[in-house]
Design a protein. Structure first.
Length: 270
């Protein structure tokens, strides 16, 4: 398969792929701001797409907000220095979005979305397994980030909308921000398991594969929600497919995201 091949009608969760398909010279291309830069030592590309008004929402079918894409073509290949650089980049981008949200409440709740029993959908639970939780530790001061986590399962396992479960936990523990982690769908094989998306507009679990569930957003759970994900599947001929080594790359990407959140909590302490 040509690595530049795009399935133009396929579903995608990636804002950067939607941007690639839009005619930038069309007068309808408005309500969107795009900034791109590349990390010199690694070649990792960081794109920030900001949808600023209703025109942008109609164009991309996404809510107004910021969508950051980190494209790391060499991740998870055993290059520890490269992966450490990727962790630093993800941590920095997370910090930029989260810092203004938790000035008065440094409690962070991480939600690992997905199904542990389906490898391509197990990213969220695997990330939570690698977190260094500290909310329960009594000697953590109010000046430090306090980290807690939840793996709520999927509706077929619980009979409840995940957003309902999260709202109940939020009402009880009162975090300043929720980080929701989920596996995504992509159109391009170039983005599969090598692209990280961060958004400040929450997440709609299963939307990329046509399995629409209630959104996990600030409106539905009551606090700001940062979405963090990696595409693990693409659609081909009305089927969703994964690479043969999906178990290895999902685990490796989960480690990268766990390390990034741990770094955020323990390296950016105030």
């Amino acid at each position: 398969m040509d690595n530049d091949f795009f399935l133009s009608q396929s579903r995608t969760d990636l804002a950067v792929e939607l941007n690639d398909t839009v005619d930038k010279e069309d007068t309808a291309y408005k309500g969107v701001k795009v900034r791109e830069f590349t990390d010199g030592p690694t070649g990792i590309k960081i794109s920030q797409l900001t949808i600023t008004d209703k025109d942008g929402e109609r164009l991309f079918n996404k809510e107004q907000g910021t969508y950051i894409t980190i494209e790391a073509s060499e991740c998870c290949l055993g290059d520890e220095e490269y992966d450490n650089s990727l962790v630093n980049i993800i941590t920095e981008q997370l910090f930029k979005l989260i810092e203004p949200l938790i000035v008065n409440n440094k409690n962070i709740l991480v939600i690992g979305l997905g199904n542990r029993d389906i490898t391509a959908d197990s990213l969220g639970p695997n990330v939570v397994e690698g977190l260094l939780i500290n909310r329960h530790i009594v000697n953590v001061t109010s000046d430090n980030y306090r980290l807690s986590s939840l793996v709520p399962g999927v509706m077929a396992q619980t009979g409840m909308e995940t957003s309902q479960i999260i709202k109940g936990i939020v009402n009880t523990t009162k975090p300043g921000v929720v980080i929701a982690i989920d596996a995504l769908a992509a159109r391009s094989v170039n983005h599969l398991n090598k692209t990280f998306q961060i958004s400040d507009k929450g997440i709609h679990p299963g939307s990329g594969v046509g399995n629409h569930r209630a959104g996990i957003t600030s409106e539905s759970v009551g606090v700001p929600v940062i979405a963090l994900g990696v595409p693990t599947v693409i659609e081909m001929n009305n089927m969703f497919v994964t690479p043969k080594d999906v178990d290895i790359v999902v685990r490796a990407n989960a480690d990268i995201l766990s390390d990034s959140i741990n770094s955020l909590v323990y390296s950016y302490e105030t």
